[in-house]
Design a protein around this ligand. Structure first.
Ligand SMILES: *Cc1c(COP(=O)(O)O)cnc(C)c1O
Length: 384
């Protein structure tokens, strides 16, 4: 389908993804393994193209959220094992195991179901999740040692990984997480003493990597930093400016430029700006494509011909712009909501600030609603 039918696109830069991975590697100890968090359609960036770009990077695993997402990776013939975040009932374990996925186990019923699903004479590979303090999912930390001893004696089961999750967004959270990392590390030490050393152990994620928390596990599982998103609500915890957003451009084209007689009072539905001039332009992207309605007091802008044009309104299917400062703008001109070059660039932080949403929520909202183009190592621009 030609761009002219309904112009609206998002460009994801896979070279930035690989550069972010390299920056993460640079912060970790030599020999550390890496798991890429691909849940939520790779945080809105497209699980399949992201997985293809990462498959040659020697990662310990891809972690996915939904069964559909995991199956879409399995059919790609990737080399990297696909681990499912906890989300299955015991009755669902057979489907996961027989699809070649690695389920997360949080209790004995799930472990038994996975073992039963293993082919005769084989063992179902699983990861075990421990609740080390987040209070969400997992085997309670105090019970983990006994649980793992139990599983070691269970035929048909092979514990390939042991993990927990300790995310934080600010300095208070960092101090809390440091204590919980130490508790998880103590569990690993006790297991080792008993001769139990799962091949993959992981507690670290974007926040702990960026903040440099001590971590005894042999792998980290990263999402935010991989996609160039900050895991922090308090930017003073650690500098993450080295990680560049993989979402590099969001654009559309003007489908109409209109002149309005001076002084006419044309209502612009959901108007945020004050129209100063007589010329407006409309691009066919709006809330239906995932654009946020600007927060009161924000002054969102878009780039046309390298110059800034105030956003007057975001309606369901349309974006209305004030073209007072871009008088020569014409139908067909590109409208960039994110992207551009040099001084005339709009970054993800500015784009996300329209609505007061976090950058991740902004990327998620656009996901799957605009034509997606991938640039970089994955082999030129691909449309999916
Ligand atoms: C999502 C997730 C991660 C990745 O977290 P980021 O903060 O995005 O790096 C790691 N581990 C688990 C268990 C997760 O659910």
């Amino acid at each position: 389908m030609s761009d002219a039918v309904h112009p609206g696109w998002a460009v994801y830069d896979l070279d930035r993804l690989l550069a972010n991975l390299a920056a993460i590697r640079g912060r970790c100890a030599p020999g550390q393994s890496f798991i890429a968090a691909l849940k939520g359609n790779a945080y809105g960036h497209g699980a399949v193209p992201v997985a293809r770009a990462l498959d040659g990077e020697g990662l310990a695993a891809f972690m996915t959220g939904s069964f559909d997402e995991a199956c879409s990776l399995r059919t790609e013939g990737l080399r990297t094992p696909v681990v499912m975040f906890a989300g299955a009932l015991p009755e669902g374990m057979a489907d996961l195991v027989r699809t070649g996925l690695v389920p997360t186990i949080v209790d004995r019923a799930g472990a038994e179901a996975a073992a039963r699903a293993a082919a005769p004479g084989e063992a179902a590979p699983v990861y075990v999740k421990v609740n080390a303090g987040l209070g969400r999912l997992g085997v309670p930390l105090e019970e983990a040692e006994a649980f793992l001893l139990d599983l070691a004696a269970m035929p048909g089961l092979e514990v390939q990984g042991l993990y927990t999750h300790l995310p934080f967004g600010d300095a208070h959270g960092r101090d809390w997480a440091a204590g919980r990392f130490a508790a998880f590390d103590a569990l690993l030490a006790r297991l080792e003493e008993r001769g139990l050393a799962p091949p993959v152990t992981q507690a670290g994620a974007s926040a702990s990597v960026a903040a440099g928390l001590p971590d005894r596990s042999n792998a980290v599982c990263v999402g935010h930093l991989l996609y160039g998103l900050s895991p922090f609500t308090d930017a003073s915890v650690a500098d993450v400016s080295a990680y560049r957003p993989v979402l590099a451009e969001v654009g559309s084209r003007l489908v109409q430029v209109s002149d309005h007689p001076q002084g006419s009072d044309i209502a612009v539905a959901g108007s945020y700006g004050i129209r100063r001039g007589r010329r407006t332009g409309v691009a066919p992207v709006g809330a239906a494509q995932g654009l946020a309605r600007p927060a009161p007091g924000s002054r969102p802008e878009a780039l046309i011909r390298g110059r800034r044009a105030p956003v007057l309104a975001v309606s369901l299917e349309h974006l209305t712009l004030d073209l007072s400062d871009v008088e020569e703008a014409a139908a067909g001109d590109a409208v960039l909501l994110l992207g551009g070059e040099g001084d005339a660039a709009i970054g993800l932080a500015e784009f996300a600030a329209w609505s007061g949403r976090r950058a991740l929520d902004t990327v998620l909202a656009l996901s799957g609603r605009l034509a997606a183009h991938y640039r970089g190592r994955a082999g030129g621009a691909t449309r999916i």
